[in-house]
Design a binder for this molecule. Structure first.
Ligand SMILES: [Cu+2]
Length: 204
């Protein structure tokens, strides 16, 4: 009778798994130190201050554009800023017609702005030739006169004027170029709030 031979292959089969598991643990040790977290930041000591610059935009459209021929219009004709603010006023005009001022008119001169100038399409000017004037934005109570030249045909002109609002109150503004109706050009929109008149309010 022959002794039975025992198959050995199955006995050894489990060894490899345990060995691989031990190797896997070695990778994660690191130094054992935790990175120091930065100290918490203190709460901001200053409140966000009220902005010292106010940006104001106005648009001049032709009467034709608003369905009222002969009635050019400043939109956003009345607005409010706070006393002490520096006001950056940007006026975009679509009006390619002129409303000439008399030769030597004071309203051809930029007044009351920082540096006595305004930017016309980005270039500083201190006056506009009287024949080229289309409108003005004139606030006597603030000593401010901003001059708007006629836009190129079918285009726009952008005028930017910066001034300090250092006096509280409500001040009337008026366009001083005769851009309205009637033989003098002083009728219609020139005499109507919301067109060529409005108010600037400086809150204390
Ligand atoms: Cu006007």
């Amino acid at each position: 009778m022959k002794p039975m031979t025992v198959a050995r292959t199955k006995v050894l089969a489990g060894v490899g798994v345990a060995a691989l598991a031990a190797v896997g643990l070695a990778g994660c040790g690191g130094s054992g130190q935790q990175a120091a977290s930065p100290p918490p930041k203190p709460a901001a000591a200053t409140q966000p201050a009220q902005s010292s610059v106010a940006h104001v935009a106005m648009t001049i459209k032709t009467g034709k554009m608003i369905g009222k021929p002969g009635w050019p219009q400043y939109s956003n004709a009345s607005w409010t800023v706070k006393k002490g603010q520096t006001v950056v006023l940007t006026i975009t005009s679509y009006d390619d017609g002129n409303a000439p001022l008399p030769n030597g008119s004071p309203f051809t001169q930029v007044q009351g702005t920082v540096g006595g100038t305004e930017l016309v399409n980005g270039s500083p000017v201190s006056s506009v030739a009287n024949q080229d004037v289309a409108h003005t934005f004139t606030v006597p109570g603030l000593g401010l006169n901003v001059v708007i030249p006629a836009a190129p045909k079918g285009g726009t002109v952008t005028v930017q004027a910066t001034f300090k609002a250092d006096k509280a109150g409500t001040f009337n503004w008026q366009c001083e170029a005769p851009c309205g109706t009637g033989s003098t050009g002083w009728g219609g929109p020139m005499a109507t709030p919301g067109y060529m008149q409005g108010t600037v309010t400086v809150q204390s």
